[in-house]
Design a binder for this molecule. Structure first.
Ligand SMILES: Nc1ncnc2c1ncn2[C@@H]1O[C@H](COP(=O)(O)OP(=O)(O)OP(=O)(O)O)[C@@H](O)[C@H]1O
Length: 300
Protein backbone atom coordinates (compact mmCIF):
# COMPACT_ATOMS: atom_id res chain seq x y z
CA UNK A 1 0.00 0.00 0.00
CA UNK A 2 2.94 2.32 0.66
CA UNK A 3 6.33 1.96 -1.03
CA UNK A 4 9.24 4.34 -0.51
CA UNK A 5 12.61 4.00 -2.21
CA UNK A 6 15.45 6.28 -1.13
CA UNK A 7 12.95 9.00 -0.29
CA UNK A 8 14.87 12.19 0.56
CA UNK A 9 13.97 15.70 1.67
CA UNK A 10 16.27 18.61 2.42
CA UNK A 11 15.54 21.97 4.00
CA UNK A 12 18.19 24.65 3.53
CA UNK A 13 21.03 22.16 3.47
CA UNK A 14 19.62 20.04 6.33
CA UNK A 15 18.69 16.50 5.30
CA UNK A 16 15.40 15.96 7.15
CA UNK A 17 14.75 12.59 5.48
CA UNK A 18 17.79 10.72 4.25
CA UNK A 19 17.26 8.06 1.55
CA UNK A 20 14.51 6.24 3.41
CA UNK A 21 13.33 2.91 1.99
CA UNK A 22 10.38 0.99 3.44
CA UNK A 23 7.06 -0.60 2.50
CA UNK A 24 3.76 -0.94 4.31
CA UNK A 25 1.59 -3.92 3.38
CA UNK A 26 -2.15 -3.83 2.92
CA UNK A 27 -3.91 -4.00 6.29
CA UNK A 28 -0.69 -3.44 8.23
CA UNK A 29 -0.26 -1.21 11.28
CA UNK A 30 3.23 0.21 10.75
CA UNK A 31 4.94 2.61 13.17
CA UNK A 32 7.61 5.26 12.63
CA UNK A 33 9.33 5.51 16.00
CA UNK A 34 11.78 8.27 16.80
CA UNK A 35 12.41 11.44 18.81
CA UNK A 36 11.55 15.01 17.77
CA UNK A 37 13.37 16.00 14.62
CA UNK A 38 13.87 12.42 13.40
CA UNK A 39 12.04 13.20 10.16
CA UNK A 40 8.71 11.47 10.81
CA UNK A 41 6.46 14.44 9.94
CA UNK A 42 8.43 15.13 6.77
CA UNK A 43 7.81 11.56 5.60
CA UNK A 44 4.08 12.03 6.28
CA UNK A 45 4.04 15.34 4.41
CA UNK A 46 5.70 13.78 1.37
CA UNK A 47 3.45 10.71 1.35
CA UNK A 48 0.30 12.84 1.69
CA UNK A 49 1.61 15.05 -1.17
CA UNK A 50 1.96 18.24 0.88
CA UNK A 51 5.67 18.64 0.17
CA UNK A 52 7.73 17.43 -2.78
CA UNK A 53 10.66 15.05 -2.23
CA UNK A 54 14.14 16.08 -3.35
CA UNK A 55 15.14 12.54 -4.17
CA UNK A 56 13.90 8.98 -4.39
CA UNK A 57 10.34 7.90 -5.12
CA UNK A 58 7.22 6.71 -3.34
CA UNK A 59 3.79 5.35 -4.15
CA UNK A 60 0.62 5.19 -2.06
CA UNK A 61 -1.95 2.63 -3.20
CA UNK A 62 0.13 2.36 -6.38
CA UNK A 63 -0.09 6.11 -7.11
CA UNK A 64 3.08 8.13 -7.48
CA UNK A 65 3.34 10.86 -4.83
CA UNK A 66 4.39 13.46 -7.43
CA UNK A 67 2.60 12.55 -10.66
CA UNK A 68 -0.64 11.27 -9.07
CA UNK A 69 -0.90 13.64 -6.14
CA UNK A 70 -4.58 14.48 -6.73
CA UNK A 71 -5.63 10.82 -6.62
CA UNK A 72 -3.71 10.31 -3.38
CA UNK A 73 -5.37 13.33 -1.76
CA UNK A 74 -8.81 11.90 -2.46
CA UNK A 75 -7.98 8.48 -1.16
CA UNK A 76 -6.00 8.80 2.04
CA UNK A 77 -6.89 9.92 5.55
CA UNK A 78 -4.36 12.19 7.24
CA UNK A 79 -4.16 13.37 10.81
CA UNK A 80 -1.27 15.85 11.14
CA UNK A 81 0.75 16.18 14.33
CA UNK A 82 -0.63 19.67 14.95
CA UNK A 83 -4.38 19.85 15.64
CA UNK A 84 -5.69 21.18 12.33
CA UNK A 85 -9.46 21.21 12.68
CA UNK A 86 -11.47 24.39 12.94
CA UNK A 87 -11.33 25.42 16.59
CA UNK A 88 -14.27 27.81 16.20
CA UNK A 89 -16.57 25.19 14.72
CA UNK A 90 -18.37 22.71 16.92
CA UNK A 91 -17.63 18.99 16.84
CA UNK A 92 -20.67 18.39 14.62
CA UNK A 93 -19.81 21.28 12.30
CA UNK A 94 -16.26 19.99 11.82
CA UNK A 95 -17.55 16.51 10.97
CA UNK A 96 -20.16 17.89 8.55
CA UNK A 97 -17.56 20.14 6.94
CA UNK A 98 -15.10 17.30 6.28
CA UNK A 99 -17.89 15.03 5.04
CA UNK A 100 -19.05 17.76 2.64
CA UNK A 101 -15.64 18.46 1.11
CA UNK A 102 -15.30 14.76 0.37
CA UNK A 103 -18.81 14.77 -1.05
CA UNK A 104 -20.15 12.31 1.50
CA UNK A 105 -22.15 12.22 4.75
CA UNK A 106 -21.58 10.93 8.27
CA UNK A 107 -24.45 8.47 7.77
CA UNK A 108 -22.84 6.97 4.65
CA UNK A 109 -19.67 6.14 6.58
CA UNK A 110 -21.19 5.44 9.96
CA UNK A 111 -19.94 1.81 10.04
CA UNK A 112 -16.33 2.92 10.03
CA UNK A 113 -16.59 5.82 12.44
CA UNK A 114 -19.42 4.85 14.81
CA UNK A 115 -17.03 3.40 17.37
CA UNK A 116 -15.27 6.76 17.71
CA UNK A 117 -18.31 8.88 16.95
CA UNK A 118 -20.25 7.60 19.97
CA UNK A 119 -17.41 8.77 22.21
CA UNK A 120 -17.50 12.35 20.90
CA UNK A 121 -21.27 12.53 20.30
CA UNK A 122 -22.02 13.83 23.84
CA UNK A 123 -19.88 16.89 22.95
CA UNK A 124 -21.43 17.50 19.51
CA UNK A 125 -22.35 21.08 20.29
CA UNK A 126 -19.00 22.00 21.87
CA UNK A 127 -16.46 24.05 19.95
CA UNK A 128 -13.46 21.93 18.89
CA UNK A 129 -11.12 24.42 20.57
CA UNK A 130 -12.76 23.70 23.92
CA UNK A 131 -12.27 19.92 23.82
CA UNK A 132 -9.72 18.05 25.94
CA UNK A 133 -6.58 16.75 24.19
CA UNK A 134 -7.94 13.19 23.99
CA UNK A 135 -11.29 14.32 22.58
CA UNK A 136 -9.56 16.52 20.01
CA UNK A 137 -7.62 13.49 18.80
CA UNK A 138 -10.80 11.42 18.53
CA UNK A 139 -12.52 14.15 16.54
CA UNK A 140 -9.48 14.50 14.26
CA UNK A 141 -9.46 10.74 13.70
CA UNK A 142 -13.18 10.78 12.92
CA UNK A 143 -12.64 13.56 10.36
CA UNK A 144 -9.70 11.67 8.80
CA UNK A 145 -11.95 8.61 8.38
CA UNK A 146 -15.05 10.36 7.07
CA UNK A 147 -14.42 9.48 3.40
CA UNK A 148 -13.57 5.81 4.10
CA UNK A 149 -9.87 5.96 3.19
CA UNK A 150 -8.00 2.71 2.62
CA UNK A 151 -4.78 4.16 4.06
CA UNK A 152 -4.59 6.23 7.22
CA UNK A 153 -1.62 8.50 8.05
CA UNK A 154 -1.48 9.41 11.74
CA UNK A 155 1.36 11.72 12.73
CA UNK A 156 2.01 11.54 16.49
CA UNK A 157 -1.69 11.12 17.32
CA UNK A 158 -1.00 10.52 21.02
CA UNK A 159 1.57 13.24 21.74
CA UNK A 160 0.40 15.38 24.65
CA UNK A 161 -2.54 13.09 25.36
CA UNK A 162 -3.07 11.54 28.81
CA UNK A 163 -2.26 7.86 29.44
CA UNK A 164 -5.89 6.65 29.45
CA UNK A 165 -6.72 8.47 26.20
CA UNK A 166 -3.54 7.11 24.64
CA UNK A 167 -4.62 3.58 25.50
CA UNK A 168 -8.13 4.17 24.13
CA UNK A 169 -6.67 5.64 20.96
CA UNK A 170 -4.54 2.57 20.32
CA UNK A 171 -7.55 0.32 20.94
CA UNK A 172 -9.40 2.28 18.24
CA UNK A 173 -6.47 1.78 15.86
CA UNK A 174 -6.51 -1.97 16.51
CA UNK A 175 -10.24 -2.06 15.67
CA UNK A 176 -9.64 -0.07 12.45
CA UNK A 177 -6.88 -2.49 11.53
CA UNK A 178 -9.27 -5.40 12.15
CA UNK A 179 -11.58 -3.75 9.59
CA UNK A 180 -8.77 -3.93 7.01
CA UNK A 181 -7.38 -0.40 7.26
CA UNK A 182 -3.71 0.16 6.40
CA UNK A 183 -2.22 2.49 9.02
CA UNK A 184 1.08 4.39 9.11
CA UNK A 185 1.44 5.96 12.55
CA UNK A 186 4.31 7.85 14.16
CA UNK A 187 5.16 8.24 17.80
CA UNK A 188 8.03 9.40 19.98
CA UNK A 189 6.80 7.02 22.75
CA UNK A 190 8.85 3.83 22.61
CA UNK A 191 6.25 1.85 24.61
CA UNK A 192 3.76 2.38 21.77
CA UNK A 193 6.11 0.59 19.36
CA UNK A 194 4.93 -2.75 20.74
CA UNK A 195 1.38 -1.97 19.61
CA UNK A 196 2.46 -1.89 15.94
CA UNK A 197 2.92 -4.94 13.72
CA UNK A 198 6.18 -3.61 12.29
CA UNK A 199 8.20 -0.55 13.16
CA UNK A 200 10.98 1.58 11.75
CA UNK A 201 13.32 3.15 14.31
CA UNK A 202 14.29 6.61 13.08
CA UNK A 203 16.98 9.09 14.04
CA UNK A 204 18.19 12.24 12.18
CA UNK A 205 16.36 11.38 8.98
CA UNK A 206 17.58 7.80 8.76
CA UNK A 207 15.87 4.50 9.41
CA UNK A 208 18.17 2.53 11.71
CA UNK A 209 16.15 -0.70 11.75
CA UNK A 210 12.85 -2.04 10.34
CA UNK A 211 11.29 -5.17 11.79
CA UNK A 212 8.55 -6.46 14.08
CA UNK A 213 8.96 -5.25 17.69
CA UNK A 214 10.07 -8.79 18.68
CA UNK A 215 12.48 -8.89 15.73
CA UNK A 216 14.07 -5.60 16.81
CA UNK A 217 14.46 -6.88 20.39
CA UNK A 218 16.01 -10.16 19.19
CA UNK A 219 18.68 -8.16 17.31
CA UNK A 220 19.96 -6.61 20.56
CA UNK A 221 23.72 -7.28 20.78
CA UNK A 222 24.90 -8.93 24.02
CA UNK A 223 23.21 -9.20 27.42
CA UNK A 224 21.39 -6.36 29.15
CA UNK A 225 21.16 -5.93 32.94
CA UNK A 226 18.98 -3.89 35.27
CA UNK A 227 20.52 -2.73 38.55
CA UNK A 228 19.27 -0.89 41.61
CA UNK A 229 20.75 0.26 44.92
CA UNK A 230 19.90 2.61 47.78
CA UNK A 231 21.85 5.45 46.09
CA UNK A 232 20.70 5.60 42.47
CA UNK A 233 22.44 8.74 41.20
CA UNK A 234 25.78 7.67 42.70
CA UNK A 235 25.17 4.19 41.29
CA UNK A 236 24.98 5.63 37.78
CA UNK A 237 28.34 7.37 38.21
CA UNK A 238 29.95 4.28 39.79
CA UNK A 239 28.67 2.00 37.03
CA UNK A 240 29.98 4.31 34.34
CA UNK A 241 33.37 4.37 36.07
CA UNK A 242 33.59 0.55 36.13
CA UNK A 243 36.11 -0.68 33.59
CA UNK A 244 33.89 -3.32 31.95
CA UNK A 245 30.59 -1.43 31.83
CA UNK A 246 30.02 -0.34 28.25
CA UNK A 247 26.80 1.67 28.27
CA UNK A 248 24.71 2.64 31.25
CA UNK A 249 21.64 4.86 31.54
CA UNK A 250 18.77 5.54 33.95
CA UNK A 251 15.59 3.63 33.14
CA UNK A 252 12.64 4.11 35.53
CA UNK A 253 13.47 2.70 38.98
CA UNK A 254 16.57 0.91 37.61
CA UNK A 255 19.69 1.64 35.60
CA UNK A 256 20.22 -0.46 32.49
CA UNK A 257 23.72 -1.42 31.40
CA UNK A 258 25.74 -3.91 29.40
CA UNK A 259 29.29 -5.17 29.65
CA UNK A 260 32.02 -4.42 27.17
CA UNK A 261 33.49 -7.93 27.39
CA UNK A 262 31.92 -11.11 28.77
CA UNK A 263 28.34 -11.14 30.00
CA UNK A 264 26.77 -12.62 33.11
CA UNK A 265 30.07 -13.92 34.60
CA UNK A 266 30.99 -10.31 35.36
CA UNK A 267 28.00 -9.74 37.67
CA UNK A 268 29.55 -11.06 40.97
CA UNK A 269 32.70 -8.99 40.35
CA UNK A 270 30.62 -5.90 39.66
CA UNK A 271 28.52 -6.46 42.81
CA UNK A 272 31.73 -6.77 44.87
CA UNK A 273 32.94 -3.48 43.41
CA UNK A 274 29.61 -1.75 44.19
CA UNK A 275 29.48 -3.24 47.71
CA UNK A 276 32.98 -1.93 48.29
CA UNK A 277 31.73 1.56 47.37
CA UNK A 278 29.02 1.33 50.05
CA UNK A 279 25.98 0.51 47.88
CA UNK A 280 23.26 -1.33 49.78
CA UNK A 281 20.07 -3.18 48.79
CA UNK A 282 21.72 -4.08 45.47
CA UNK A 283 19.61 -5.86 42.87
CA UNK A 284 21.14 -6.86 39.55
CA UNK A 285 19.41 -9.06 36.98
CA UNK A 286 19.62 -9.92 33.33
CA UNK A 287 16.59 -8.55 31.50
CA UNK A 288 14.90 -8.68 28.10
CA UNK A 289 15.68 -5.40 26.30
CA UNK A 290 12.85 -2.99 25.56
CA UNK A 291 12.50 -1.17 22.25
CA UNK A 292 14.04 1.86 23.97
CA UNK A 293 17.13 -0.18 24.92
CA UNK A 294 17.42 -1.30 21.29
CA UNK A 295 17.00 2.27 20.09
CA UNK A 296 19.80 3.50 22.38
CA UNK A 297 22.10 0.69 21.25
CA UNK A 298 21.42 1.44 17.57
CA UNK A 299 22.12 5.15 18.16
CA UNK A 300 25.48 4.24 19.63
N1 LIG B 1 9.64 23.48 6.82
C1 LIG B 1 10.83 23.25 7.34
N2 LIG B 1 11.87 24.09 7.14
C2 LIG B 1 13.09 23.85 7.65
N3 LIG B 1 13.40 22.76 8.40
C3 LIG B 1 12.40 21.87 8.65
C4 LIG B 1 11.08 22.07 8.13
N4 LIG B 1 10.31 21.02 8.54
C5 LIG B 1 11.12 20.22 9.26
N5 LIG B 1 12.36 20.73 9.33
C6 LIG B 1 13.51 20.12 10.02
O1 LIG B 1 13.64 18.79 9.53
C7 LIG B 1 13.98 17.89 10.58
C8 LIG B 1 12.93 16.80 10.67
O2 LIG B 1 11.72 17.41 11.12
P1 LIG B 1 10.36 16.58 11.25
O3 LIG B 1 9.31 17.56 11.67
O4 LIG B 1 10.13 15.81 10.01
O5 LIG B 1 10.71 15.56 12.42
P2 LIG B 1 9.75 14.76 13.40
O6 LIG B 1 10.41 13.44 13.62
O7 LIG B 1 8.39 14.74 12.88
O8 LIG B 1 9.83 15.60 14.73
P3 LIG B 1 8.76 16.60 15.37
O9 LIG B 1 7.93 15.77 16.25
O10 LIG B 1 9.63 17.57 16.12
O11 LIG B 1 8.01 17.24 14.23
C9 LIG B 1 14.10 18.73 11.84
O12 LIG B 1 15.46 19.06 12.02
C10 LIG B 1 13.28 19.98 11.52
O13 LIG B 1 13.76 21.10 12.22
Amino acid sequence: MIDCINLTKQYDGLTAVDAVTFSVKEGELFGLIGPDGAGKSTIFRMLTTLVLPDGGAATVQGFDIVADYKKIRHQVGYMPAKFSLYQDLTVQENLDFFATIFNTTIEENYDLIHDIYIQIAPFKARRAGDLSGGMKQKLALCCALIHQPKVLFLDEPTTGVDAVSRQEFWQMLQRLKAQGMTILVSTPYMDEANLCERIALMQTGKMMSIDTPDGIVSQYQGDLFAVQSNAMSRLLRDLRAYEYVKNCFAFGDFHHFNFSNIGEGQVPLLLNYLNGLGHEALICEKIRPTIEDCFIQLMQ
